[in-house]
Design a protein around this ligand. Structure first.
Ligand code: FAD
Ligand code: EPU
Length: 350
């Protein structure tokens, strides 16, 4: 048995039949592919919920390495007297097992910017493209030029271009069943030395940022104000995704709540609502059911208050989504990936 307690940030005491740390591409190629038993790819385990023990093999991505290449501008692009202030571009190849926040700090120390709004998001670089992680107005997909993968069904290497990843809100093609066998070994990022503050998020609008470190500091303090630190309180961040709804639904809600409903207009005319606000208004913020609860400062986060059992987390998630459905008629869908005895489960299977 392989103990998964320290491989899931919910801190649930679950296990797998076997677990292997993958330290290089060759470790994957040395496996007897296709694998004959069920398997799960894991990074930091910060976006997963094991609903019971897993009867299969867990492949833990620990492929390290950061390689920075300056992308040369053609000499004719800039006049000579402007070369000193020129924006420099970098192609950064990162091992999928590198901790994302370590990468962000390392890049900033070398004057390479772009990822600062994603500071402190837990997990590995290899997992970041899977749901196209996002925070404070920035998504990782905007910086990804390509991904290097190995298909665990065939053992073949495949490079996915940015466009092939089909990045969207908490979405990439790797969420589709046919693409879950691709193990992301390396992520190629296109970044630059120019700091362009991304201040769309309400909590960032009133500040001035002298550099990317200042932005990182502000993002970290916003996160620490709202989100529990998984080192002390087990959780997997937002349990549900923010739901998309029609203009009519938003108009009705705004009438009922004096125009105070937080929402974001999407390109297709629909709106994204804040699931945390819906849960809060359904009286589910700061709940406590046995050893699990919802976080008092951010209702979208389900927390392990001590020694929670997987079924308690599932029961609370079900309760919260039922309360929101009954009050607003809106369905919540988990962001967190759900795993059972034989592998991944859909929300309606647990
Ligand atoms: P894991 O949880 O290990 O895996 C997640 C999924 O990706 C699984 O389905 C797994 O099979 C798959 N996977 C992992 N690695 C690979 C790989 N190399 N190849 C193929 N598939 C792989 N997310 C946000 O987007 N924004 C936030 O602001 C944010 N805040 C968070 C705050 C907290 C406190 C916590 C606990 C989580 C937060 N998250 C956030 C969610 C989580 O941090 C991200 O989804 C992160 O990318 C997960 O990385 P991981 O390495 O832990 O992935
Ligand atoms: N709100 C409430 N009550 C709550 C929680 C939120 O009223 O209990 C309101 C807030 O006041 C705000 C709105 O809802 O007006 C949105 O809240 P917040 O700014 O905290 O962001 P969010 O939409 O709840 C999303 C991401 C987070 C990401 C933040 C910052 C999703 C599902 N979650 O949360 O990502 O860090 O924005 O950009 O999109 C994660 O994915 O795990 C995650 C933490």
């Amino acid at each position: 048995m392989f103990d998964l307690s320290s491989y899931n940030t919910f801190n649930l005491h679950v296990s797998a039949r076997e677990g292997i740390e993958i330290k290089c591409t060759e470790d994957l190629l040395a496996l007897d592919l296709p694998l004959s038993e069920p398997y799960i790819i894991l990074g930091g385990g910060s976006d997963v919920l094991f609903t019971e023990d897993f009867d299969g093999l867990v492949l833990i991505n620990r492929i390290l390495g950061i390689d920075v290449q300056k992308v040369e501008l053609s000499p004719s692009t800039l006049p000579l007297n402007e070369l000193d202030q020129a924006e420099l571009f970098y192609e950064v190849r990162v091992g999928g097992g590198v901790v994302l926040d370590d990468l962000i700090v390392g890049l900033l120390q070398h004057g390479i910017c772009g990822l600062e709004n994603l500071s402190l998001i837990p997990g590995t670089v290899g997992a970041a493209p899977i749901q196209n992680i996002g925070a404070y107005g920035v998504e990782i997909g905007d910086f990804i030029s390509s991904l290097e993968t190995i298909n665990l069904r065939t053992g073949e290497k495949r490079i996915f271009t940015h466009d092939e990843c089909q990045f969207g809100y908490r979405y990439s093609i790797f969420k589709e069943p046919d693409f879950r066998s691709f193990f992301i070994t390396h992520v190629n990022l296109r970044l630059s030395n120019s700091f362009v503050p991304q201040q769309n998020y309400a909590g960032l609008q009133s500040n001035e940022f002298k550099d990317a470190f200042a932005m990182r500091d502000r993002v970290i303090s916003l996160r620490n104000e709202k989100l529990p630190n998984p080192k002390y309180v087990g959780n997997a961040g937002s349990f549900f995704k923010n739901p998309y709804v029609s203009k009519e639904t938003v108009e009705k809600l705004q009438d009922a709540y004096e125009g105070k409903v937080p929402c974001y207009l999407l390109e297709d005319g629909n709106y994204k609502l804040a699931a945390g606000w819906l849960i809060d208004k359904a009286q589910c913020r700061g709940l406590r059911h046995g050893q699990v609860g919802t976080w008092g400062k951010q209702a979208l986060v389900i927390v392990n208050l001590g020694n929670a059992k997987p079924h308690e987390v599932v029961a609370l998630a079900r309760y919260v989504s039922a309360e929101v459905k009954s009050k607003f008629g809106i369905d919540l869908v988990p962001e967190v990936r759900l795993y059972g005895k034989h592998g991944e489960l859909a929300w309606d299977q647990i």
